[in-house]
Design a protein around this ligand. Structure first.
Ligand SMILES: Cc1cc2nc3c(=O)[nH]c(=O)nc-3n(C[C@H](O)[C@H](O)[C@H](O)COP(=O)(O)OP(=O)(O)OC[C@H]3O[C@@H](n4cnc5c(N)ncnc54)[C@H](O)[C@@H]3O)c2cc1C
Length: 377
């Protein structure tokens, strides 16, 4: 063998975040190997997949995201058998302004149709059941959606589970292995170039998160936009326990959940960015302080002990891209997982694995997520 030619494989997955790891996990579970995962960093989860808020928030507006989330929750039941603390079942509260009242009802109905208990609570009822909400200003919301099936996921345990299962099924992970370019022969992607040489594969899967849609498509990248978001962790807050439901305040756009006896919070900032590991911007702390002062005065004196920023990557219609490249045979995409890539990961991996192996899922219309669909905002 040529010294720079690595052994060929069937599925070459680039990126060891939730997109790549769950695709490898699902292929391995179908017995469809072998494959290889290449990760540029020295370990997995360095980017969005290891730095997200861990919310399992099923009360989503978009039915596609909801379907992927519900399906993933089903998989969590099986995964949780081996990972007992995978999901902390805190429940979730989504607080909405009056103008969103009918949206709340629609989401409650949709969740109930899928067998997930959900309730539309008026302000007084919400305050009575969840006294912690009294720390918010009286005009912070007009309605609350309570979903007991929501919670907080141990993201490290989940990502590790996917990669461990994948390895067992013939998909090892190779770290410190950046793909610099794809190998294209006679118009077909046949492998990828790394600093250790070329790896040939039947299919190359671009699961590179914020970098996605560029490999092999230098002159016409897929329309994916990374946006930076900050998270903050506070010192202990009176009354906060691990069981506190997460609170998502829709109108004012901020959220918090418990982190130990303190809170993890985000001001829901979204600043377009180039792909990178972003540094923090003091303006985000000011934005959070401003939102808390106006909408959650009972939390106004929080002291923050830690912060970080990371990128969420969206297609124009804010739905994932899962499927074959529209132009380049041999290339497949699992990307655009936005702000829901952890809680939809098992379904995203399952869908990718089914499409990759020529199967047709009966729980989602796969064409809705094709990268070649008409992509408009
Ligand atoms: C602040 C924040 C909060 C969030 N909160 C939640 C939440 O509560 N719930 C939820 O479900 N989702 C949440 N998300 C979204 C979720 O984290 C992402 O959707 C998900 O992690 C994306 O996974 P990914 O695998 O596509 O990307 P990534 O995790 O970025 O993984 C891509 C990997 O590809 C690697 N890579 C890139 N280029 C190359 C290359 N050329 N060669 C080799 N490797 C390469 C990268 O190093 C990286 O490890 C949040 C995101 C952010 C930023």
């Amino acid at each position: 063998m040529h010294p720079h030619l690595q052994p060929a494989t069937r599925f070459l997955i680039i990126g060891a975040g939730f997109a790549g790891a769950s695709t490898a996990w699902a292929l391995a579970q179908l017995g469809e190997g072998p494959g290889l995962i290449l990760e540029r960093e020295s370990t997995y989860g360095v980017h969005a997949s290891g730095r997200n808020a861990g919310l399992l928030k099923l009360s989503e507006d978009d039915p596609i995201v909801r379907t992927l989330g519900m399906r993933t929750l089903g998989h969590f039941g099986d995964i949780g058998a081996g990972e007992p603390d995978l999901v902390r079942p805190t429940g979730g509260l989504t607080l909405s302004p009056a103008s969103d009242g009918s949206t709340v009802d629609n989401i409650v109905d949709a969740l109930r149709r899928d067998g997930v208990p959900a309730e539309h609570l008026m302000v007084e009822a919400a305050l009575q059941r969840f006294p912690f909400l009294r720390r918010l200003s009286p005009d912070a919301f007009d309605a609350a959606l309570w979903c007991a099936a929501e919670g907080v996921v141990d993201v490290h345990a989940l990502l590790t589970h996917y990669l461990r299962t994948a390895r067992g099924g013939g998909f090892p992970l190779r770290t410190n292995s950046a793909v610099s370019d794809l190998i294209v022969e006679a118009g077909r992607v046949v492998g990828a170039e790394t600093r250790d040489g070329i790896v040939r594969a039947d299919v190359v899967i671009d699961a590179t998160g914020a970098w996605a849609g560029r490999l092999g498509r230098a002159s016409r990248p897929l329309p994916l936009q990374p946006v930076r978001r900050h998270l903050f962790v506070s010192t202990p807050v009176e009354g906060v326990t691990r069981a506190l439901p997460f609170v998502w305040v829709d109108g004012a756009e901020f959220y918090f959940r418990s982190e130990g006896n303190g809170l993890l919070l985000s001001p829901c900032d979204q600043t377009p960015s180039e792909p990178c590991l972003p540094s923090t911007d003091p303006a985000a702390a000011e934005l959070l302080a401003d939102k808390l002062a106006r909408h959650a005065p009972g939390l106004g004196d929080l002291s923050l002990r830690k912060s970080w920023a990371c990128l969420r990557t969206f297609a124009p219609d804010r739905r994932p891209l899962i499927g074959a490249d529209p132009d380049l045979p041999g290339l497949f995409h699992v990307s655009g997982l936005g702000g829901f890539g952890m809680m939809t990961s098992a379904a995203v991996g399952e869908l990718a694995a089914l499409v990759l192996t020529g199967r047709v899922p009966d729980w989602i219309e796969a064409s809705q997520l094709r990268p070649g669909r008409s992509l408009t905002a």
